[in-house]
Design a protein around this ligand. Structure first.
Ligand code: AKB
Length: 330
């Protein structure tokens, strides 16, 4: 991994992964491409940035050749809620985009990182301690593209020896870039609302347990997997990984320890609740732990404290913060 391309670089994972890779590999060795969101100044000024539609294979190929890329972190994708609103577009971006990346990787001998998701599972999957290898019959378009994506990656690995590795991410919590249209977005929105209004109205039921992870762990996992010794990997692709398995109620209680006046209410959105109910409550990630040494650093309490400090700092810089939450208790 010497010259890297990050697709979806303006998204929730991409915006942070790009900066960590630039620190580790040198800014000139990490090319970032995005499409619909504006890149922030840090992303623009720290290295090469290009606007590119992932559905355009020639454009992907040109960037890879121009910058002699050897590894592609392919993060461009529509998330679960948006994909359900626009299923045809989701198929186009998530599947045609992945196919383009795999084809370019095949022709240019690149390794590929592909993020799958808890969304790749469905109602028939065991919800507790979801095994690494188990039934996958999702009934959302997002899930369909994630399962098909996992299989397509396996196919390119077996048929063309493309070095494809991937993870099944849980919901991701981060302060830098807002998530964009997922069911687990509540776990990010809640922090903004807690700091700005000291109140949050959650669209999921209080007891909806889902796997979550803080972004530094998610970024670290992707890099670590791509650097793992191939001889140690039995699965190589679609590894279950998790860190924190929580409900909205538990997350609210932890936030309340720092912002005592914080109030949580609930107005269930049946569409998003139905998607959440079809996902695992807690994945078994022992294969990742055994095969390439995955371990998370951020527990619920450490993550919440860090989120509140960093987000308060960001919001005060942006002149957003109002009221009592200016001074959360740490
Ligand atoms: C979503 O909610 O769609 C994503 C995911 C869990 O893949 N965050």
């Amino acid at each position: 991994m010497r010259k890297v391309l990050v697709t979806g670089a303006t998204g929730q994972i991409g915006s942070e992964l790009t900066m960590v890779l630039r620190q580790q590999l040198g800014a000139k060795n990490v090319v970032a491409v995005g499409h619909s969101r504006q890149p922030d100044l840090q992303l623009l000024q720290s290295g090469v940035y290009r606007t590119l539609d992932i559905r355009d294979q020639v454009a992907v190929q040109n960037v890879v050749i121009e910058h002699q890329v050897d590894t592609i972190f392919h993060l461009a994708s529509l998330l679960s809620v948006v994909a359900e609103q626009q299923p045809q577009k989701a198929w186009d971006i998530n599947m045609q985009g992945l196919m383009n990346v795999l084809e370019v990787a095949r022709m240019n001998h690149c390794a590929v990182f592909f993020p799958s998701s808890i969304g790749a599972f469905g109602l028939q999957t065991p919800a507790m301690n979801t095994p690494q290898d188990t039934i996958q019959r999702p009934d959302t378009m997002y899930g369909v593209t994630k399962v098909a994506g996992e299989l397509l990656c396996d196919y390119y690995h077996k048929r063309y020896a493309v070095e494809v590795r991937g993870l099944r991410y849980p919901g991701l919590i981060s302060f830098k870039t807002q998530a964009g249209g997922g069911v687990t977005d509540y776990a990010v929105e809640i922090f903004y609302a807690a700091l700005q209004q000291q109140a949050y109205c959650c669209f999921l039921r209080a007891d909806t347990q889902l796997d979550m992870m803080y972004m530094p762990d998610a970024v670290n996992a992707a890099i670590r997997l791509m650097q793992a010794d191939i001889n140690q990997l039995t699965h190589h692709n679609a590894f279950n990984i998790t860190a924190i398995s929580i409900t909205p109620e538990q997350l609210a209680a932890e936030i309340k320890r720092h912002i005592p006046e914080f109030k949580m209410s609930y107005k269930i959105d049946p569409a998003r609740q139905a998607i959440a109910d079809s996902w695992p409550r807690h994945m078994d990630d022992s294969c990742a732990r055994k095969e390439w040494g995955w371990r998370h650093e951020y527990s619920l309490s450490v993550m919440v404290k860090d989120m509140l400090v960093k987000l308060a700092d960001k919001l005060s810089g942006d002149d957003y913060v109002t009221g009592a939450s200016r001074n959360p208790v740490f």
